[in-house]
Design a protein around this ligand. Sequence first.
Ligand SMILES: *[C@@H]1O[C@H](CO)[C@@H](O)[C@H](O)[C@H]1NC(C)=O
Ligand SMILES: *[C@@H]1O[C@H](CO)[C@@H](O)[C@H](O)[C@H]1NC(C)=O
Length: 388
Amino acid sequence: MGPGVRLAALCSLLSAALSPALGVSSPLPIDPLVYEEQLLWVSGAQGQVNTYRIPLLTFTPKGSLLAFAEGRKASSSDVGAKVIALRRSTNKGATWSPTSFIVDDGTQRDGLNLGSVVVDEEVGSIILIYTICFHEYQCSPASTMMVESVDDGFTWGAPRNLSVQLGVKNFCPGPGFGIQKRLEPGKGRLIVCGHGTIEGDGVFCILSDDHGRNWYNGAALKSIPYNQKKKALDFNPDECQPLEMLDGSIVINVRNQNTYHCRCRIVVRSFDGGLTLPLDTLYFDYALVDPVVAAGALQKEGVLFFTNPSSENHRMNLTLRWSLTDGKTWENKALQIWAGPSAYSCITSLNSGSANDRRYIFVIYEKGHKEYFETISFAKIHLYGGKE
Ligand SMILES: *[C@@H]1O[C@H](CO)[C@@H](O)[C@H](O)[C@H]1NC(C)=O
Ligand SMILES: *[C@@H]1O[C@H](CO)[C@@H](O)[C@H](O)[C@H]1NC(C)=O
């Protein structure tokens, strides 16, 4: 037995001994590998859509995967008319349905923007929340809208205007997924977090305790100075991804719009099911360097996963990181998914509890060679280096 082999044996003994303490349920160390990858949308190549952006990915209660994106009709701009594009996979990402457009805003000058997808596992529905007229460019007021599917994402009901219940406010959900609380406090509650408009920016969550019939305003983490024009380096929390932790708290990983304090992510936590986000839970995660972008995050069986373009200044180097300590520390090893231009991302996984579903996570992200918005790519990641 050479020294290298002995060291490896010692390491695996040690990690086997430490794993239960860290809540890691797998006997194998995490060693992610891009197992399959395919482009779901190519900008400019499909019908009347100029650019696909803002990808969302979710599991469904029946074990399908749903991928959504904004189809921007005339240009790559955030404003302008759009469709919501959907593709479905019923075989864990191996093949995908053709694109269907589930919402079309017509010719609006400041059309729809995604968005947050939330799965209600108690009733088996999938809810997609988006905004229209968010930038108030030649339209007013902004509205928060919802569509719902009760057949695994196959068909979608008519859009509902949630601003009637929530009040009129510029609120852009996500982008990413919302959560249904699996644990107390607030078990069963749907929680969708997003951000406000430029001056009224901040993180805001909307909640539903009756499977999406009624919605009310929950936690807010306001920008400073609130409702006023921002300057460089002001406190300006923006696009965000909430996660439920194993203790029932909610961790929200947030875009730091004006790079207050660092070029890195803001993290804030709710201990009351999304009703409040106390400032004294807030910290800056220096390990998660960020060029000001929407990032992906997932909590799977006690391991936190995070994807973003890992760079202080450029939307490139899409990287997967993981933490065995609830985000307090991140493993030194990281998986570079794409070295080139890349931006928004979203992570999901299937959670039937089967051995196969425990092995994979799925990442959707904006990917290009010259520009990050050339394509939307889907990557199936094997968590254990392709080994059983
Ligand atoms: C949504 O409801 C709000 C509040 O009633 C209203 O001001 C707004 O015009 C509605 N938006 C749409 C698109 O109907
Ligand atoms: C890509 O991300 C990794 C992980 O954060 C980092 O070590 C590396 O320096 C980054 N590469 C570039 C070119 O920014």
